[in-house]
Design a protein around this ligand. Structure first.
Ligand SMILES: [Zn+2]
Length: 134
């Protein structure tokens, strides 16, 4: 299952997208709404969003929490030799890569397949900043 980390919380892909910006929507934090769009910073009722349809799946990077599933801890990203996160075309490709590199199914179940938004550069900048780096 792919998803995003927003302010250190995990939001799973819902299969729906925002009518305004076309980006994916995630479960709302507000009980009166069904979904929210982080790009538009808006909450929506379920009839206000539309299915993602046959759009290509989001590109993803692989992450895992350094300290198991505890929230508010650092993430470890899967990096290439130059220290940059590896961006996969979709979750299937990432899983194949992990299997090839000796990661078993149990370990894989603890990994996050983080969706990469269109503004890749800004996203990478944000996700690479760790507490204590400043
Ligand atoms: Zn939107």
């Amino acid at each position: 299952m792919t998803g995003i980390l927003h302010e250190n919380l995990w939001y799973e892909n819902t299969g729906f997208r925002c009518r305004r910006c076309g980006g994916p929507v995630y479960k709302s934090d507000l009980p009166e709404y069904a979904y929210q769009c982080f790009t538009c910073d808006e909450d929506f009722y379920s009839f206000e969003v539309e299915p993602q349809g046959d759009r290509p799946p989001p590109r993803i990077i692989v992450a895992r929490r350094v300290d198991g599933i505890t929230l508010n801890t650092d993430l470890e990203l899967l990096l290439d030799d130059s220290g940059q996160p590896i961006i996969f075309a979709d979750q299937t490709k990432a899983e194949a890569f992990l299997l090839e590199h000796g990661v078993d199914a149990e370990e894989m179940a603890h990994m996050y397949f983080v969706e990469v938004p269109e503004d890749t550069e800004r996203f990478l900048e944000e996700i690479m900043i760790r507490p204590g780096d400043e």
